[in-house]
Design a binder for this molecule. Structure first.
Ligand SMILES: *Cc1c(COP(=O)(O)O)cnc(C)c1O
Length: 240
């Protein structure tokens, strides 16, 4: 294997990944959690291929993209690599679903029963099981997609019956505030919902993951139970 060139960029990315891992570790330990139960998902929108490679070399194994077109360029460009997984973390337009289902190991933001049924139909045709998270609009914001809290038990029941769709957990994007402490109540609400749903027979014990927390508030999210944090700027710097 050719030696890797270390550009100043790669040093920064490796350093950022190290800092995030330390931040994850400390946040988990503060609340008595095992740090290895928190997965780091690197949010890759606008990030160039070389930076992705540097993040991979620094140990990142999950990339989360929310722009399909970018993913369609990056996934073949970086190619299959040991342990590397791609998640889709953005909103999914109906006409794009056929290019998303089966191409990503986890879809973070399934936002309606109808959408889950469309995913089911495509996954069935492909002969695959598509793992998903259900996005919950905890704050009830009009600008965001996701299930209303009170619709969740019913949605779980309906989606749980789709044989080619596997519900792994829940995801949320709380209202953006400068102070990460302001997101804490939304994160704990999602965890409570997860704990309630995990009791339901339809969930078959699968509703476990909590995808919550981004660059500025991932520590709070972990303290409240996040099992996946989606981090972009704290790894790659500000987006262009
Ligand atoms: C961009 C993005 C992130 C990462 O945001 P940062 O603030 O850059 O860490 C997380 N989740 C989703 C859905 C995103 O689109």
């Amino acid at each position: 294997m050719a030696p890797l060139e270390h550009s100043p960029d790669s040093v920064i990315i490796a350093d950022n990944v190290r800092k995030i891992r330390e931040g994850i570790r400390q946040a988990a330990l503060r609340v008595g959690r095992d740090p290895s139960t928190v997965k780091l998902v690197a949010a890759t929108k606008t990030v160039a291929l070389q930076q992705l490679i540097e993040a991979y070399v620094a140990g990142v194994r999950i990339f989360g993209e929310n722009r399909l077109q970018e993913a369609q360029e990056k996934i073949p460009a970086i190619g299959p690599r040991q342990g590397l997984a791609w998640h889709f973390i953005g909103r999914m337009q109906r006409r794009k679903l056929k290019d998303i289902v089966g191409k990503f190991s986890l879809l973070h933001s399934v936002e309606s029963v109808e959408q889950a049924r469309s995913i089911q139909a495509i996954a069935e045709t492909l002969g695959v099981q598509q793992e998903i998270l259900l996005e919950v609009n905890v704050a009830g914001e009009d600008s965001k997609g996701g299930f209303a809290l009170q619709h969740m038990p019913g949605a779980l029941k309906q989606i749980g019956q789709l044989p080619h769709v596997v519900i792994r957990g829940l995801m949320t994007l709380p209202p953006f505030r400068d102070d990460p402490e302001d997101a804490r109540a939304y994160f704990s609400e999602l965890r409570r919902l997860r704990d309630d749903l995990a009791q339901e027979s339809m969930s078959q014990g699968g509703v476990r993951e909590l995808s919550m927390g981004m660059s500025h508030d991932y520590r709070v999210a972990i303290e409240e139970g996040a099992t996946m944090v989606r981090i972009g700027t704290a790894i790659f710097g500000n987006r262009r």
